[in-house]
Design a protein around this ligand. Structure first.
Ligand SMILES: [Zn+2]
Length: 257
Protein backbone atom coordinates (compact mmCIF):
# COMPACT_ATOMS: atom_id res chain seq x y z
CA UNK A 1 0.00 0.00 0.00
CA UNK A 2 2.28 2.82 1.19
CA UNK A 3 5.77 3.24 -0.24
CA UNK A 4 8.95 3.37 1.86
CA UNK A 5 8.98 7.17 1.86
CA UNK A 6 5.37 7.38 3.10
CA UNK A 7 6.01 4.77 5.80
CA UNK A 8 8.74 7.02 7.19
CA UNK A 9 6.98 10.35 6.68
CA UNK A 10 3.78 9.27 8.41
CA UNK A 11 5.39 6.93 10.96
CA UNK A 12 4.01 8.86 13.96
CA UNK A 13 0.47 8.49 12.62
CA UNK A 14 0.78 4.90 11.35
CA UNK A 15 1.93 3.65 14.73
CA UNK A 16 -1.47 4.47 16.25
CA UNK A 17 -4.08 1.66 16.03
CA UNK A 18 -6.74 4.27 15.15
CA UNK A 19 -4.88 5.08 11.90
CA UNK A 20 -2.32 2.49 10.76
CA UNK A 21 -1.52 2.02 7.07
CA UNK A 22 -5.14 1.73 6.01
CA UNK A 23 -6.13 5.03 7.60
CA UNK A 24 -3.18 6.81 6.08
CA UNK A 25 -4.11 5.42 2.64
CA UNK A 26 -7.60 6.89 3.10
CA UNK A 27 -6.11 10.31 3.86
CA UNK A 28 -3.82 10.12 0.83
CA UNK A 29 -6.78 9.31 -1.46
CA UNK A 30 -9.05 12.02 -0.02
CA UNK A 31 -9.87 15.30 -1.71
CA UNK A 32 -10.74 18.46 0.20
CA UNK A 33 -11.55 22.07 -0.61
CA UNK A 34 -10.18 24.85 1.60
CA UNK A 35 -12.12 28.10 1.15
CA UNK A 36 -9.88 30.99 2.11
CA UNK A 37 -6.07 31.21 2.35
CA UNK A 38 -5.90 33.69 5.23
CA UNK A 39 -5.44 33.33 8.98
CA UNK A 40 -7.34 30.03 9.15
CA UNK A 41 -6.60 28.75 5.65
CA UNK A 42 -2.84 29.03 6.18
CA UNK A 43 -2.43 26.66 9.15
CA UNK A 44 -5.32 24.47 7.97
CA UNK A 45 -3.64 23.87 4.59
CA UNK A 46 -0.27 23.31 6.28
CA UNK A 47 -1.63 20.77 8.81
CA UNK A 48 -3.64 18.97 6.09
CA UNK A 49 -0.51 18.73 3.94
CA UNK A 50 1.64 17.56 6.84
CA UNK A 51 -0.91 14.88 7.74
CA UNK A 52 -0.94 13.62 4.15
CA UNK A 53 -4.39 14.52 2.86
CA UNK A 54 -3.64 13.72 -0.74
CA UNK A 55 -5.66 16.20 -2.80
CA UNK A 56 -6.12 19.76 -1.60
CA UNK A 57 -7.67 22.66 -3.51
CA UNK A 58 -7.20 26.14 -2.01
CA UNK A 59 -9.61 28.84 -3.18
CA UNK A 60 -8.75 32.51 -2.56
CA UNK A 61 -8.37 35.56 -4.80
CA UNK A 62 -6.65 37.96 -2.35
CA UNK A 63 -3.09 39.22 -2.37
CA UNK A 64 -0.71 39.08 0.59
CA UNK A 65 -0.32 42.24 2.68
CA UNK A 66 2.12 43.07 5.47
CA UNK A 67 -0.74 43.17 7.99
CA UNK A 68 -1.47 39.46 7.29
CA UNK A 69 1.84 38.29 8.70
CA UNK A 70 0.84 38.22 12.39
CA UNK A 71 -1.16 35.07 11.67
CA UNK A 72 -0.75 33.84 8.08
CA UNK A 73 2.30 31.74 8.83
CA UNK A 74 3.07 30.42 5.36
CA UNK A 75 3.86 33.94 4.12
CA UNK A 76 7.02 36.03 4.41
CA UNK A 77 7.83 39.64 3.57
CA UNK A 78 9.03 38.44 0.16
CA UNK A 79 5.50 37.28 -0.70
CA UNK A 80 3.73 40.62 -0.27
CA UNK A 81 1.62 41.41 -3.32
CA UNK A 82 1.47 37.79 -4.51
CA UNK A 83 -1.66 35.64 -4.57
CA UNK A 84 -2.29 33.98 -1.20
CA UNK A 85 -3.58 30.69 -2.60
CA UNK A 86 -0.55 30.30 -4.89
CA UNK A 87 2.06 31.07 -2.21
CA UNK A 88 0.26 28.79 0.26
CA UNK A 89 0.14 25.98 -2.31
CA UNK A 90 3.89 26.30 -2.91
CA UNK A 91 4.60 26.32 0.84
CA UNK A 92 2.56 23.13 1.29
CA UNK A 93 4.20 21.42 -1.69
CA UNK A 94 7.58 22.28 -0.26
CA UNK A 95 6.49 20.54 2.95
CA UNK A 96 4.99 17.52 1.17
CA UNK A 97 5.81 17.35 -2.57
CA UNK A 98 3.92 14.11 -3.21
CA UNK A 99 0.49 15.65 -2.70
CA UNK A 100 -1.76 17.14 -5.38
CA UNK A 101 -2.36 20.74 -4.30
CA UNK A 102 -4.08 23.31 -6.51
CA UNK A 103 -4.56 27.02 -6.02
CA UNK A 104 -7.82 28.41 -7.33
CA UNK A 105 -7.39 32.16 -7.73
CA UNK A 106 -11.05 33.08 -7.72
CA UNK A 107 -13.78 34.12 -5.33
CA UNK A 108 -15.96 31.34 -3.96
CA UNK A 109 -19.53 31.80 -5.18
CA UNK A 110 -22.70 29.82 -5.87
CA UNK A 111 -21.36 28.67 -9.27
CA UNK A 112 -18.43 26.84 -7.66
CA UNK A 113 -18.47 23.09 -8.28
CA UNK A 114 -18.12 21.22 -4.96
CA UNK A 115 -19.31 17.83 -6.10
CA UNK A 116 -15.85 16.22 -6.33
CA UNK A 117 -14.74 16.93 -2.78
CA UNK A 118 -14.98 14.58 0.18
CA UNK A 119 -15.12 17.47 2.65
CA UNK A 120 -15.38 21.27 2.42
CA UNK A 121 -13.38 23.37 4.90
CA UNK A 122 -14.65 26.89 5.35
CA UNK A 123 -11.74 29.10 6.40
CA UNK A 124 -13.21 32.35 5.12
CA UNK A 125 -13.67 35.50 7.18
CA UNK A 126 -16.68 36.61 5.17
CA UNK A 127 -20.20 35.68 6.21
CA UNK A 128 -21.59 35.74 2.65
CA UNK A 129 -18.97 33.14 1.69
CA UNK A 130 -19.99 31.07 4.72
CA UNK A 131 -23.65 31.17 3.66
CA UNK A 132 -22.73 30.16 0.10
CA UNK A 133 -20.54 27.30 1.33
CA UNK A 134 -23.42 26.13 3.52
CA UNK A 135 -25.95 26.16 0.67
CA UNK A 136 -23.64 24.22 -1.65
CA UNK A 137 -22.61 21.72 1.05
CA UNK A 138 -26.26 21.07 1.86
CA UNK A 139 -27.29 20.77 -1.80
CA UNK A 140 -24.49 18.32 -2.66
CA UNK A 141 -24.69 16.35 0.64
CA UNK A 142 -21.17 17.33 1.66
CA UNK A 143 -19.70 17.60 5.14
CA UNK A 144 -18.85 21.24 5.87
CA UNK A 145 -16.31 22.01 8.58
CA UNK A 146 -16.74 25.68 9.32
CA UNK A 147 -14.19 27.71 11.29
CA UNK A 148 -13.99 31.34 12.32
CA UNK A 149 -11.90 33.47 14.65
CA UNK A 150 -11.94 37.11 15.70
CA UNK A 151 -10.20 38.99 18.50
CA UNK A 152 -9.76 36.48 21.38
CA UNK A 153 -12.40 33.95 20.32
CA UNK A 154 -12.76 31.19 17.81
CA UNK A 155 -15.40 28.68 16.85
CA UNK A 156 -15.67 25.44 14.95
CA UNK A 157 -18.69 23.44 13.80
CA UNK A 158 -19.41 20.53 11.47
CA UNK A 159 -22.54 20.57 9.33
CA UNK A 160 -23.98 17.50 7.61
CA UNK A 161 -27.54 18.66 6.98
CA UNK A 162 -27.54 17.26 3.42
CA UNK A 163 -26.72 13.75 4.65
CA UNK A 164 -28.78 13.70 7.84
CA UNK A 165 -32.10 15.55 7.82
CA UNK A 166 -32.22 15.90 11.62
CA UNK A 167 -28.92 17.82 11.79
CA UNK A 168 -28.77 21.63 11.53
CA UNK A 169 -26.99 23.63 8.83
CA UNK A 170 -24.93 26.81 9.27
CA UNK A 171 -27.91 29.03 8.55
CA UNK A 172 -30.01 27.29 11.24
CA UNK A 173 -27.49 28.57 13.79
CA UNK A 174 -26.66 31.92 12.18
CA UNK A 175 -29.87 33.07 10.45
CA UNK A 176 -29.27 35.56 7.68
CA UNK A 177 -31.65 38.24 8.94
CA UNK A 178 -29.77 38.44 12.27
CA UNK A 179 -26.35 38.70 10.66
CA UNK A 180 -26.82 41.25 7.91
CA UNK A 181 -24.95 43.93 9.83
CA UNK A 182 -22.34 41.86 11.61
CA UNK A 183 -20.04 40.98 8.74
CA UNK A 184 -16.91 42.13 10.51
CA UNK A 185 -13.62 40.51 9.56
CA UNK A 186 -10.17 40.38 11.15
CA UNK A 187 -9.06 43.55 9.39
CA UNK A 188 -11.87 45.50 11.04
CA UNK A 189 -11.98 44.08 14.58
CA UNK A 190 -8.67 42.27 14.94
CA UNK A 191 -7.46 38.81 15.91
CA UNK A 192 -4.34 37.29 17.42
CA UNK A 193 -2.60 34.67 15.32
CA UNK A 194 -2.48 32.05 18.03
CA UNK A 195 -6.30 31.93 18.10
CA UNK A 196 -6.64 31.33 14.35
CA UNK A 197 -3.91 28.71 14.52
CA UNK A 198 -5.58 26.87 17.41
CA UNK A 199 -8.95 26.80 15.63
CA UNK A 200 -7.22 25.50 12.48
CA UNK A 201 -5.61 22.76 14.51
CA UNK A 202 -9.04 21.69 15.76
CA UNK A 203 -10.43 21.96 12.24
CA UNK A 204 -7.83 19.61 10.77
CA UNK A 205 -8.23 17.09 13.62
CA UNK A 206 -11.95 16.99 12.83
CA UNK A 207 -11.20 16.73 9.09
CA UNK A 208 -9.10 13.61 9.64
CA UNK A 209 -11.84 12.13 11.85
CA UNK A 210 -14.61 12.97 9.37
CA UNK A 211 -12.65 11.51 6.43
CA UNK A 212 -12.37 8.23 8.37
CA UNK A 213 -16.09 8.32 9.25
CA UNK A 214 -16.99 9.11 5.63
CA UNK A 215 -14.95 6.16 4.32
CA UNK A 216 -16.35 3.86 7.04
CA UNK A 217 -12.86 3.29 8.43
CA UNK A 218 -13.51 1.75 11.81
CA UNK A 219 -10.47 -0.31 12.60
CA UNK A 220 -10.34 1.08 16.10
CA UNK A 221 -13.43 3.09 16.90
CA UNK A 222 -12.12 5.21 19.75
CA UNK A 223 -11.23 8.09 17.42
CA UNK A 224 -14.22 7.82 15.09
CA UNK A 225 -17.12 6.89 17.32
CA UNK A 226 -18.20 10.48 18.07
CA UNK A 227 -18.64 13.09 15.37
CA UNK A 228 -18.71 16.78 16.30
CA UNK A 229 -21.58 17.30 13.83
CA UNK A 230 -24.55 18.93 15.56
CA UNK A 231 -22.28 20.75 18.03
CA UNK A 232 -20.38 24.03 18.12
CA UNK A 233 -16.98 24.34 19.79
CA UNK A 234 -16.31 27.79 21.23
CA UNK A 235 -12.84 28.84 22.31
CA UNK A 236 -12.54 31.88 24.55
CA UNK A 237 -8.93 32.68 25.35
CA UNK A 238 -9.89 35.45 27.79
CA UNK A 239 -11.73 32.92 29.99
CA UNK A 240 -9.33 30.04 29.13
CA UNK A 241 -12.31 27.94 28.06
CA UNK A 242 -13.36 25.62 25.29
CA UNK A 243 -17.10 24.98 25.42
CA UNK A 244 -19.12 22.46 23.40
CA UNK A 245 -22.67 23.56 22.65
CA UNK A 246 -25.36 21.26 21.25
CA UNK A 247 -27.01 22.84 18.19
CA UNK A 248 -30.67 22.65 17.26
CA UNK A 249 -32.08 22.47 13.78
CA UNK A 250 -34.30 25.41 12.79
CA UNK A 251 -37.41 23.79 11.39
CA UNK A 252 -38.09 26.98 9.40
CA UNK A 253 -34.55 27.29 8.00
CA UNK A 254 -34.43 28.66 4.45
CA UNK A 255 -31.71 26.17 3.47
CA UNK A 256 -32.39 22.81 5.13
CA UNK A 257 -36.03 22.69 6.28
ZN1 LIG B 1 -30.66 24.98 8.22
Amino acid sequence: MLNENDLQRYASQLIMPEIEEEGQSILLKSKILIIGAGGLGNPTAIFCSAAGIGNIDICDHDNIELSNLNRQIAFSIHDIGHYKSRVLKNYCLNLNPNLKINSIIDSFDSQFSVDNYDIILDCSDNIETKYTANILAHKYNKTLISASATQFEGQLAIFKSGKYKNLPCYECIFPKDQHQHTNLNCREIGVIGTVTNLISSLQVTETIRELFIEKSFKKDQSFTKNTLAGNLLLYDCVQHEITKIRLKKNLNCNVCK
